[in-house]
Design a binder for this molecule. Structure first.
Ligand SMILES: Nc1ncnc2c1ncn2[C@@H]1O[C@H](COP(=O)(O)OP(=O)(O)OP(=O)(O)O)[C@@H](O)[C@H]1O
Length: 229
């Protein structure tokens, strides 16, 4: 589903690469935690999958396509297949919960009737039934993140990328969000999650890839967090 072939990324003006000759494969339906100290290259890795940045050398493949060869007009199509969830939720503040989720479908041209059907189903799936009319600032942090997960998943992407999705949440709320991501993963969606949350990584025992200075220093099938923050 995702393949990195000797991927090096050196940002302009930097001497050391943010990612250094990375070779890696993530299969369809896997759940992968990306761990490592601040600056180890996690966000760069995720941004490469979304083609928000391009490798200096090497190739990135998503669903069999070398995405750096995609012409720019095909990039939106790639991004439709990759849902994203971030630490800071990134909801549209002037839209209701339902509108936030619906917007993801409107921009890709789904019909009104499909949107009317799918949005309530997805809100129910994330445990927000009855809250569709609320504004984001009328929700708790955990609820806002549920909206963000609903928005990322409403289009049934092949891949879900989560960059520190529990970073702003308390431990109990974080468990709820992880249960959701686990459920989404069970629908055969590939999940890649960058995190500093050792408790969650240790509880879930999924594949763990540790980066250090742009290199993979550990890749375990049912790993633990394994280092001190
Ligand atoms: N736009 C940029 N321009 C220059 N250097 C950058 C840029 N983005 C990241 N870097 C550098 O690349 C390296 C990897 O950064 P990256 O953001 O990928 O790390 P990270 O593991 O996601 O860190 P964090 O856990 O703090 O989010 C760091 O040395 C960082 O300073």
């Amino acid at each position: 589903m995702i393949r990195f072939d000797k991927v090096t990324k050196t940002y302009p003006g930097q001497k050391r690469p943010a990612l250094d000759a990375l070779d890696l494969e993530i299969e369809k339906g896997e759940f992968v935690f990306l761990v490592g100290a601040s600056g180890s290259g996690k966000s760069t890795f995720l941004r490469l999958i979304l083609r928000e940045t391009t490798p200096t050398t090497g190739r990135v493949y998503v669903a069999g396509k070398e995405i750096n060869k995609l012409s720019s007009w095909k990039v939106p199509k790639l991004r439709r297949q990759v849902g994203t969830v971030f630490q800071d939720f990134r909801l549209l503040p002037n839209k209701t919960v339902s509108e936030n989720v619906a917007f993801a479908l409107q921009v890709i041209g789904k019909s009104r009737s499909e949107i009317a059907k799918v949005v309530p189903e997805t809100l129910e799936m994330v445990g927000l039934e009855g809250k569709g009319h609320r504004m984001p600032d009328e929700l708790s942090g955990g609820e806002q993140q549920r909206v963000a997960v609903a928005r990322a998943f409403v289009n049934r992407p092949m891949i879900l990328i989560a960059d520190e999705p529990t970073g702003n949440l308390d431990p109990a709320t974080s468990v709820g969000i992880m249960k959701l991501l686990d459920r989404i993963n069970r629908t055969d969606t590939t999940v890649v999650m960058a995190t500093h949350d050792s408790t969650i990584v240790d509880q879930m025992r999924k594949r763990v890839i540790e980066l250090e200075g742009g290199l993979i220093v550990r890749d375990e099938a049912r790993g633990i967090y394994g280092y001190q923050n």
